[in-house]
Design a protein around this ligand. Structure first.
Ligand code: SF4
Ligand code: MG
Length: 320
């Protein structure tokens, strides 16, 4: 994804005037084949919108998505459909993602039918294999969504997503709606499925803890931009951006010293993007230039990217 931007006009109240909301303010991401990139941030930071643009479910106002070496064609075209068949998604609410009137087998077979993959017998065999794959019993194939638990429904959604052998799976808060007791099971299943099927995963979550378990790299978003990106280890043990530090400090951890950083100021509001660094009104270490000059996301020698004036490679070298 290169420099993705997404704006909405939103009307406030019945007669209110329309306000411009910048949901995504220039996001670039690279996800390698077979790898997992975690995208983390508070609600409203633009992570879901980014995921939807990557999938072609929303058209960016600027920027582009390149997939397997080709720029995503305009939605609805034949070329777009062919590319979309190689991308699938798993969302937060499995019940909403499933058709209440279709049994499990029909739900899983549907993408195969849509994309004209296999004959009836081949599709039935594939459905059976997928059911096993996600840990459901063959007799559950004839159940309907309301006859399953939340965890089982999310397994059906995953089986359905895998039916077309996607190269990319976008998971948006896949466990947030599930019982805490089964969240770990579904996370483990996702890791197993990825190892077996080899797809790339964009894992979107508000929960840094969940993201770090499954991701090789993690990107942290704040108000529509990526503020820091690196390995989970780098972010957890040596965060460079003040916002990442605050997120990390909120994770309870017996071995880690230091106190929780509680951010002051108003929660981020995409309808009122601050000037300069979008984090500056809440940043505990902001300096004068932060309110006027937006930091760009810079590459660091250790492979991470950070958008903060105080964490620019030159600034760090000077301080060292
Ligand atoms: Fe804080 Fe300034 Fe860095 Fe933004 S650029 S995170 S306001 S220090
Ligand atoms: Mg969301």
């Amino acid at each position: 994804a290169r420099d993705l931007v997404r704006r909405y006009g939103m009307r406030r109240g019945l007669l209110g005037r329309s306000v411009d909301i910048t949901a995504v303010a220039g996001v670039s991401l690279t996800l390698e084949r077979g790898r997992t990139l975690g995208l983390v941030g508070e609600s409203g930071c633009g992570k879901s919108t980014t995921g939807r643009m990557v999938l072609g479910l929303e058209t960016p106002d600027a920027g582009s998505v390149e997939f397997e070496g080709r720029i995503m064609p305009p939605p609805g075209t034949a070329a777009w459909r062919a590319m979309r068949a190689r991308m699938q998604m798993v969302f937060q609410d499995p019940l909403g993602a499933l058709d209440r009137r279709m049994n499990v087998a029909a739900q899983i077979a549907e993408p195969l039918e849509i994309h004209g993959i296999g004959d009836a017998a081949a599709r039935a065999a594939r459905v059976e294999a997928l059911l096993r794959n996600v840990g459901l019993r063959p007799d559950q194939a004839l159940r309907y969504p309301h006859e399953l638990s939340g965890g089982q429904r999310q397994r059906v959604v995953m089986a359905r997503a895998l039916a077309t052998e996607p190269a990319l799976l976008v998971c948006d808060e896949p466990i947030s709606a599930l019982d805490v007791s089964i969240q770990a099971q579904v996370m483990n299943l996702l890791v197993e499925l990825q190892a077996e099927h080899g797809m790339a995963v964009l894992f979107i979550s508000h929960d840094l803890r969940a993201v770090r378990q499954v991701s090789e790299r993690v990107a942290v978003m704040y108000l529509g931009t990526i503020v820091e990106e690196g390995t989970p280890d780098a972010l957890l043990h040596d965060a460079q951006h003040p916002y990442t530090r605050a997120l990390v400090s909120a994770i309870p951890h017996p071995g880690r010293g230091g106190n929780r950083i509680v951010l002051q100021g108003d929660p981020p509001n995409p309808a009122a993007r601050p000037s300069g660094c979008p984090f500056h009104p809440r940043c505990p270490v902001a300096v004068a230039r932060c309110s006027t000059e937006a930091p760009s996301l810079r590459d660091h020698p250790d492979g991470r990217r950070v958008a903060c004036h105080l964490a620019e490679p030159a600034a760090i070298a000077k301080a060292a």
